[in-house]
Write a protein that binds this ligand. Structure first.
Ligand code: DAH
Length: 340
């Protein structure tokens, strides 16, 4: 009996719809039952063979089964959609009450940090902090500092000359001259800043780096004063007691001039690769201000004397943090900078 076939088919399809585990399975069942070549379509074709009376009855039954199955499919499909949506909501759930991570704060460059520490120290010792121009005159950078015309530092090799005869300052020492022009002694000043040299760049040379200059002019200033301030400075920067050593050094603007060394922290003076086995690390240039320099800026060397020093801030940072390549400092590389 075709009616029995229809009922069996309906019951069977209903059970399979309920058991479908995925949308894909459900769709396969739907095609098999209701598709153009599906089981219902097959039965519908065979109904042609039935007597008219029987055909009408079977047709009703078939349409009812079709409708019932279509509804069952729709219902099951909606269940899938809903659970899919629920899973998605579950996965994409956000707690909007959590505090936001907030902007990542920047930090001061290690050179700026060391510069500010040194400024604070010297301000507490009665020094002014002065600025000078990065584009300097030949007079301030060389002549007034007693650097003779034939001094090798004036070679076009080391100095970036500008077409108008000015230059990029090769050191912060010209700010000494500007300080003496602007203020009368007694005078205590430091001058941090950027300096430039026409050098090829490698792990230990940069064409642009930072120095800090210092100068004190008063009555009877001596090497003892110089040493006291240098020791105070280096103790503060390295945050430990330091042993110092003066060696004679030639700088035209000081007389006597010195190279000041610090005993190597790494080996305590015994000798190691950092101090190249000498036990000492060269730290800065300094000396008593050359009377010619005072005189050039209108200060009477019979009445006044002074000390001056210049040290590389860039190098200080490298020593303090063990940075081995000077190029990192101006690279702008955040992986480097975030360590400070
Ligand atoms: N201007 C020198 C340089 O750049 C450093 C220096 C040495 C500065 C001795 C001074 C000093 O004030 O007295 O190499």
């Amino acid at each position: 009996m075709i009616q029995d076939d229809i009922r069996t088919l309906e019951a069977d399809a209903c059970a399979r719809i309920g058991a479908a585990a995925t949308l894909e399975q459900l769709e396969a069942i739907r095609v098999e039952a209701l598709g153009r070549k599906g089981v219902l379509a097959q039965i519908s074709k065979e109904m042609g063979k039935l007597a008219p009376e029987e055909r009408a009855q079977a047709g009703k039954l078939l349409n009812a089964a079709k409708q019932l199955l279509e509804e069952a499919f729709e219902r099951r499909k909606r269940e899938f959609d809903e659970s899919r949506l629920a899973a998605r909501l579950d996965a994409e759930w956000l707690d909007l009450t959590l505090p936001a991570p907030g902007p990542r704060p920047g930090s001061l460059h290690p050179i700026t940090q060391i510069q500010m520490e040194i400024e604070d120290l010297f301000v507490s010792l009665g020094f002014m902090v002065l600025d000078g121009p990065e584009v300097e005159t030949e007079y301030h950078n060389f002549d007034a500092l007693n650097i003779p015309r034939d001094h090798p530092a004036r070679d076009a090799q080391d100095t970036f000359w500008l077409t108008d005869g000015n230059l990029l300052r090769t050191h912060t020492s010209p700010v000494q001259v500007r300080g003496m022009e602007r203020f009368r002694p007694p005078l205590r000043m430091i001058a941090p800043g950027r300096v430039f040299r026409n050098e090829s760049v490698d792990a230990s040379h940069e064409h642009t780096f930072y120095q800090i200059e210092g100068m004190m002019i008063d009555h009877d200033v001596s090497v003892a004063h110089l040493l006291y301030f240098m020791k105070t400075l280096l103790r503060e920067v390295f945050r430990r007691d330091v042993s110092l050593r003066l060696r004679p050094g030639f700088f035209p603007f000081v007389e006597p001039g010195f190279e000041l060394d610090v005993q190597c922290f790494i080996c305590g003076g015994a000798g190691c690769p950092v101090c190249k086995q000498s036990g000492w690390v060269e730290q800065l240039g300094c000396g008593l201000v050359n009377p010619n320099v005072l005189r050039t800026s209108g200060i009477d060397p019979e009445q006044w004397s002074g000390f001056a020093f210049g040290l590389g801030l860039t190098r200080l940072v490298m020593m303090r943090y063990g940075v081995e390549d000077i190029r990192l400092l101006q690279s702008g590389d955040l992986r480097f900078l975030r360590q400070f």
